[in-house]
Design a protein around this ligand. Structure first.
Ligand SMILES: Nc1ncnc2c1ncn2[C@@H]1O[C@H](COP(=O)(O)OP(=O)(O)OP(=O)(O)O)[C@@H](O)[C@H]1O
Ligand SMILES: [Mg+2]
Length: 214
């Protein structure tokens, strides 16, 4: 299964969701590869921190495709049961190649009005893939939002998502444990599986399972 996490807007939580999902899929479900299309090699550094701390990663690998052909090869291979793509370091060509190879596209967004224009540009990219019949499924995830706010209140701030015909899920609140986890090469569930952040990740994993039939 190819789960692709993308948004043209930077800093919305693509790498945060990608690393947490990759660790959880590998710990709970089966062989997983974290595919990182980012020149800053966020995932590689994350995996190095796991290795330094001798955390169990026998089911988890990382790949850094440098071209669209490399990415296509990975997405069409059976190198792992779960392939999680972090479309960081945004490039239209790589993002389109990732969208076309996805079983589910996950688009993290914040509720900030400042993000709207860039996210709308990305929605145009998604709609082109959709129009050509290449997009299997797509869901937007509210991330890094006030944990006390109600979902419907937050959803109104990003009404353009539903107006464009996309489903919205979450919310994933702003929790410090996400940055501790990233800095330590861990998922939030590995640090504290009873945390609210862990529940939010578990909920996202069940939404993904529902949409992809497992
Ligand atoms: N739910 C959250 N709670 C707290 N902090 C968060 C949350 N989601 C993301 N962050 C923080 O926001 C910052 C940006 O997140 P992240 O690096 O995952 O975004 P990104 O979309 O991958 O960015 P880029 O476009 O630069 O690759 C990081 O410091 C991360 O720890
Ligand atoms: Mg990133």
């Amino acid at each position: 299964m190819n789960i692709v996490i993308a948004n043209k807007k930077g800093g919305v939580g693509k790498s945060t969701l990608a690393t947490n999902l990759a660790v959880e899929y590998s710990n709970r479900l089966g062989s997983t590869i974290l595919i990182d299309i980012d020149v800053s090699n966020t995932s590689l550094k994350f995996m190095q921190r796991r290795a330094d701390l001798e955390l169990d990663s026998k089911n988890l690998r990382v790949a850094l495709p440098k071209s669209i052909d490399d990415l296509d090869d990975l997405l069409s291979s059976d190198i792992a049961e779960y392939k999680i793509v972090d479309v960081g370091g945004y490039s239209d060509d790589l993002a389109i190649a990732a969208i076309l190879g996805s079983d589910l596209l996950i688009v993290p967004i914040s509720d900030s009005p400042q993000d709207k224009d860039t996210t709308l540009e990305f929605i145009d990219t998604i709609k082109t893939a959709q129009k050509d019949g290449f997009l299997k499924d797509c869901i937007f995830v509210l991330n890094n939002v006030n944990p006390l706010a109600k979902f419907e209140t937050l959803a109104k701030e990003v009404d353009y998502v539903r107006e464009n015909g996309f489903d919205l899920c979450g919310p994933i609140g702003t929790y410090k444990i996400f940055s501790f986890a990233h800095g330590g090469g861990q998922s939030v569930c590995e640090i504290n599986h009873l945390s609210k952040a862990s529940s939010a990740i578990a909920k996202l994993i069940s939404v993904i399972a529902e949409r992809t039939n497992g």
